[in-house]
Design a protein around this ligand. Structure first.
Ligand code: GDD
Length: 424
């Protein structure tokens, strides 16, 4: 059988997602009407024979409780649980720490998904490749521009056999534009021994310091960064994947479908657009039917109130209990719960935080991020600015006020026009 592990990280990891992560853990932020991790879970739920999903992270125990309850109702064939690391153990440390839970019921293989990516998750195709090649590991890859590639894990592969020849995490110079999408399939039989041998090698290498650490009388390590300080912190990318490439049984499935990382708060806007477009192509009945005022795809929560003269879309999501007034124009934006958009306001390329109010004739706008840029900042008049405008929780924008390319922390009142600012 097959299982899935979703790496959800923890509170300190969400800092680039500010100001939105101040009010909700990033994996639970809504894009296209559902929490970010719902979209990965939905893909996992479609894998034939997959019955068990483990969320691994270091958020508080209660954080995912309601999400898991709701998801278990929607996907009754799945057993979903959250396992909490006592500290950030790294992308492989958590897997290793919870290996008994993963190995229970003896799955032959398991998926590992980074929670902060948005893609079509072609898990079935990865499984096929895995079977066909009798693989030890399959990684999902996608092509990005040469400039973007060095921000990701880079894969050198044999185009014909799809074998991974070489893997380098965030290389300093260009080696390949085929990058790691953060989605893997591992053979249980070999991945844990591989992790174990990395741990062994570490403990016998001179990185080991001979004096005991004060806390636990265990040997401690020299550290280049905070993470490496703890011997139990293991990074899948740096510590494991490059070794796997030497094994001959590590393959890459290159996806031609959409893929985007959700790191910064602004990147929720392109992710929202991509998932809405996917739902539209699948003719999902969750979306609002096209009309003179609805340019698809648009998602409106059933409890939201949208004036029939407001024009919405494309790529707009409206959250629970939001109110949109007459003549408003909304495009490429996420409107969260309890927001009020007054009549004739305009919201473009923006995220409007929970309970915020946008005044009549106000304009809240960002700038489109260039296709394929994988970044949410743009150069405007020679200066790097935020492409997406983001209002944190309970902000207010006055009537006729214009807000352009700004990030606004929670509870701010904007009474005058602002451009290219972080409002704190
Ligand atoms: N449970 C747990 N514990 N999860 C973690 C930890 C940890 O200690 N550290 C990170 N994660 C989760 C994050 O929440 C995220 O979903 C994923 O693991 C990867 O996060 P990062 O470690 O911050 O890596 P990255 O996003 O910069 O790069 C990774 O993803 C790229 C694709 O989005 C790498 O795998 C790259 O190679 C890859 O291209």
């Amino acid at each position: 059988s097959t299982k899935a592990v979703i790496l959800v990280g923890g509170p300190s990891r969400g800092t680039r997602f500010r100001p939105l992560s101040l009010d909700v853990p990033k994996p639970l932020f809504d894009v296209a009407g559902h929490p970010i991790i719902y979209h990965s879970l939905k893909a996992v739920a479609k894998v034939p024979g997959l019955r068990e999903v483990i969320l691994v992270g270091y958020y508080d125990e209660t954080v995912f409780r309601d999400f898991i309850k709701d998801a278990s109702k929607e996907f009754p064939h799945l057993r979903i649980q959250y396992l909490r690391e006592y500290q950030a153990l790294g992308t492989a440390g958590g897997l290793y720490h919870f290996r008994d839970a993963i190995l229970k019921n003896k799955p032959e293989r398991f998926f590992v998904l980074n929670s902060d990516v948005c893609c079509s998750f072609p898990l079935g195709e990865m499984l096929n490749l895995f079977e066909e090649k009798d693989a030890e590991a399959v990684i999902l890859g996608t092509r990005v521009s040469n400039e973007a590639a060095t921000n990701f894990g880079c894969i050198v592969s044999d185009a014909h056999t799809k074998r991974v020849l070489h893997y380098v995490e965030k290389p300093e110079s260009h080696i390949s534009n085929l990058i790691n999408c953060g989605v893997y399939l591992f053979a249980t039989e070999t991945i844990f021994p591989s992790i174990r041998s990395v741990i062994k090698r570490r403990t016998t290498r001179p990185r080991l310091v001979s004096y005991p650490s004060s806390e636990n009388l265990e040997p401690s390590f020299f550290a280049e960064d905070e993470d490496a300080e703890k011997p139990e912190v293991l990074r899948l990318e740096q510590d494991i994947l490059s070794d796997l490439a030497d094994s001959n049984r590590f393959f890459v499935h290159e996806t031609k479908d959409f893929w985007r990382q959700i790191k910064t708060a602004g990147s929720a806007v392109p992710a929202n657009a991509l998932y809405l477009q996917q739902a539209f192509q699948a003719q999902s009945d969750e979306l609002t039917p096209p009309s003179a005022v609805i340019v698809p795809p648009v998602y409106i929560h059933p409890t939201a109130q949208v004036d029939p003269s407001a024009k919405l879309g494309p790529n707009v999501s409206i959250g629970p209990r939001a109110v949109v007034g007459a003549g408003a124009r909304l495009k490429e934006s996420i409107i969260l719960e309890d927001v009020e958009i007054k009549h004739d306001a305009c919201v473009l390329y923006s995220i409007i935080g929970w309970g915020s109010r946008v005044g009549a004739w106000a304009r809240v706008e960002g700038t489109p991020t260039p296709v394929g840029s994988h970044s949410t900042s743009i150069i405007k008049n020679g200066v790097k600015v935020q492409s997406i405008t983001i209002l944190g929780k309970e902000c207010g924008v006055g009537d006729e006020v214009r807000v352009q390319n700004c990030i606004c922390l929670p509870f701010k009142e904007l009474k005058r026009d602002v451009t290219n600012e972080v409002i704190m």
